[in-house]
Design a protein around this ligand. Sequence first.
Ligand code: DSN
Length: 482
Amino acid sequence: MSEPALPDAAATPVYRGLLDIVAAVEPRIAAATRQELADQRASLKLIASENYASLPVLLAMGTWLSDKYAEGTIGRRFYAGCRNIDTVEAIAAEHAAALFGADHAYVQPHSGIDANLVAYWAILSHRVESPALRRLGAKTVNDLDPADWEELRREFNRQRVMGMALDAGGHLTHGFRHNISGKLFEQQSYSTDPTTGLLDYAALRAAAREFKPLIIVAGYSAYPRRLDFAKFREIADEVGATLFVDMAHFAGLVAGKVFSGAEDPIPHAHIVASTTHKSLRGPRGGFLLADKEYADAVDKGCPLVLGGPLGHVMAAKAVAFAEARQTSFQDYARATAANAQTLADGLLRRGVPLVTGGTDNHLVLLDVSGFGLTGRQAEAALLDAGIVANRNSIPRDPNGAWYTSGIRLGSPALTSRGFGQAEFEETAELIAQVLRHTTPTAAPGGQTSKAAYELPDAVAAAVRARAAELLDGHPLYPGLEL
Ligand code: DSN
């Protein structure tokens, strides 16, 4: 983790006092909070969407900024007395725009899904032409009379979105049928090449020409490769679509300049949405970046799509963006990508197949079917051995989205703890050991099961012990004692 201005040990009295104060009201919450730190310290955290925020980020969230309602935007609130929230939001937005080199930033979204909804709304309100709008001579749907909404709803339902298929690594909010994005729009997904596992841009271009979407979404949660946003923009321009990039997973690699040129979404997308807590290492939350054309539309997120902004979380976002503007964050981002590569190479050398044959971002997707396991069995066995990872579908997964055939791993969290190439090489060995020694078993009644498994206790204990040694060498929040 980059050097904090104050050592983490300085927070010991702060957190002890805080937990005592909480314990005086509800001791179980104080206990769970302590236990969570102990658990996080003791596990090899390889969940690709998680990280460890710095203590300045965490501490910025625990204040009375939480107590203020501030619906609206900076300087234009629906509540009185918002000057400090205005200050906090403006600083966070200023850092975000500067960090990513964007025309405009909007930092209110509470999560990635919220940020994506704001993006969809902004695009619809900016682009949809409807007779109702024309009748009113209105510029955007935000100026509409309630009587015109029925007509407009029908108009919105006719709009089309294209996103990456869920089993190819896309996200639920990119048009999946069980998400509002799949219900609001007519949707068609694009996918990866069945042989290479890589995104097929030629097929995407042909499908976009045919389908003519209003929106093309580029982004992923489980695709272990970089995207070419210049190519995405070319396709979007060719078919008259708005390019919306969801960079939630790889925002840290963009901020840290690992992704540049065609791989940097900001110069190519009309709108970019993201979370703050994954590779970017901030508090849990979301934000958007927009070009000049979409700036006003994204600012209408609250109250159209979002509830009142969380002042305390925007304060923590500002601290996280400020941290990411330090050059040490670029070292962190480079190490995150290099460590994912080491993990992937180490797994391949040990005979663990990877979707696309490797990685060039922060995540690795293992196909565990060759071990006779489902993703669910592998996930549970790894957890027994102290390795926290999540199961994930692989392209055209025969085991569906619940049991799956894959395990997704990410390097951002352990890189924050200071793991380097040697530790990730050993991590690959520990994972391979668990997979080799785990066997599927029948369910208690004798039926075949996609969940039951056996991992010998001795293997689990040996892996846990080695993982603990690795973790001891790279303490989380060193010097912080509760
Ligand atoms: N939950 C996030 C992930 O794990 O990728 C996406 O919503």
